[in-house]
Write a protein that binds this ligand. Structure first.
Ligand SMILES: Cc1cc2nc3c(=O)[nH]c(=O)nc-3n(C[C@H](O)[C@H](O)[C@H](O)COP(=O)(O)OP(=O)(O)OC[C@H]3O[C@@H](n4cnc5c(N)ncnc54)[C@H](O)[C@@H]3O)c2cc1C
Length: 373
């Protein structure tokens, strides 16, 4: 068999996977149903700097703002988690997609746009090579090859406003079970003069657009927005649980990104997890073609690197969904008194909660002062 790989979906996960596959000299073709990749932009782009460095995208041109922390609001209380160092970048998602596209093409991948791949075509592609399903949350590849369902989703609605952001260092997160059960609302300075406001709700709890209307009519959001101009808006969805199977070894099919449900269940952030998984999938495919190794190595590698952290994110989500607004407010108050915000600001890691413990222990081992403040 020729060393062919068909990647279905030209989002970040598919393109990062394709870049790596092509760098191994594998014949890689990416197919996307869209004529213009990355449009319309329905998602935000807050990505940890550590995560971005790990997945190796040359992202610098897409940065629109840099964040140093977050303020968490619930039940009338708030907790500020702020670091002295930059922790995350806000990226222009269209530009990020374009960069990923150019990097994949520079490595030798072919990208075919405006082509929706059907089940029949998938059978042909799998018979002649390997298929990578990077086709998003409602994956046709997963459905066609019987790789299970994603059971939990969050529905989102977000808008951008023309506002001058004087403090661009912090993103605000609002937990309110009456409006945003299942996730939270957010207010993020995307750049000097664009503020993004959005909300995510459990797919079983109603309509994201009407939840958004309620959210922006409440203080402090309504006060911040005032009469500012809304310049874009849109709805989308985020998978919050992993698909049962991410490898179908018999038919040589692998899933990456949202198609596999590779997101942080506490925030819905999926680019770092999905792209990291894509790099692992590419390595497993290279080993399959070069040495006849099993494609299931990808699943094992993903579990080894991400399952504990995914579980910890799920626990955090379970806690804030279950504890109620008062309970969440009380928790923030206790954490504030314990100066936990300072602790997280110093040792925190947005993607990998297990890394917080490692950072703390490393600091202790190096004899650094370990008080939270
Ligand atoms: C409101 C919102 C905010 C978010 N904020 C963040 C954030 O701050 N940080 C973060 O890390 N993540 C965030 N996410 C999640 C992140 O956007 C996703 O995890 C990420 O985009 C998934 O990338 P992907 O490549 O797996 O899938 P997608 O970006 O969905 O790409 C899938 C591609 O497959 C194509 N496709 C589908 N079916 C076919 C077919 N049959 N044939 C051909 N092409 C097909 C589609 O056209 C699409 O281009 C957010 C999501 C939302 C909705």
């Amino acid at each position: 068999m020729e060393s062919k790989v068909s990647v279905i979906g030209g989002g970040t996960a598919g393109l990062v996977t394709a870049r790596k596959l092509a760098s191994f000299g594998l014949e890689t073709t990416v197919y996307d149903q869209k004529k213009i990749l990355g449009e319309p932009v329905r998602a935000s782009g807050i990505l940890s700097i550590r995560g971005l460095e790990k997945i190796g995208i040359g992202y610098a041109k897409a940065v629109t703002n840099t964040l140093y922390g977050a303020t968490i609001h619930a039940g009338g209380e708030s907790l500020k988690v702020e670091s002295d160092d930059a922790v995350a970048h806000v990226l222009d998602r269209k530009q990020l997609n374009d960069i990923c596209h150019d990097e994949a093409v520079a490595e030798g991948a072919e990208v075919i746009l405006g082509r929706r791949i059907t089940g029949k075509e998938l059978d042909g592609m799998a018979a002649n090579g390997i298929v990578v399903g990077a086709d998003g949350a409602v994956s046709e590849v997963a459905r066609h090859f019987g790789m299970g369902r994603i059971k939990r989703y969050v529905l989102t609605y977000k808008a951008e406003y023309n506002i001058r952001n004087d403090n661009r260092r912090i993103v605000d997160l609002f937990f309110d079970n009456k409006i945003s059960k299942g996730l939270f609302g957010w207010m993020c300075p995307n750049s000097e003069d664009i503020l993004e406001v959005g909300i995510g709700i459990d797919s079983s709890s109603g309509n994201a657009m009407s939840a958004f209307s309620k959210f922006i009519s409440r203080k402090p959001i309504s006060e911040v927005l005032g009469n500012s101009k809304r310049i874009s808006e849109g709805a989308s969805m985020i998978p919050l649980s992993r698909r049962k199977s991410i490898v179908n070894a018999k038919q040589r099919v692998l899933l990456v990104g949202d198609a596999a449900g590779q997101v942080k269940p506490s925030t819905g952030g999926g680019i770092i997890y999905g792209s990291s998984a894509g790099l692992m999938a590419a390595n497993a495919i290279k080993d399959y073609y070069a040495d006849g190794k099993k494609l299931g190595a990808y699943d094992k590698m993903y579990r080894k690197n991400f399952m504990l952290d995914t579980w910890m994110h799920s626990m955090v989500r379970g806690f804030y969904s279950g504890v109620g607004d008062k309970g969440m407010g009380l928790t923030l108050k206790v954490l504030e008194n314990l100066r936990f915000g300072n602790f997280l600001g110093r040792y925190g890691d947005m993607d990998m909660p297990t890394q917080i413990i490692r950072n703390f222990l490393d600091a202790k081992g190096n004899g650094q002062e370990i008080s939270p403040g």
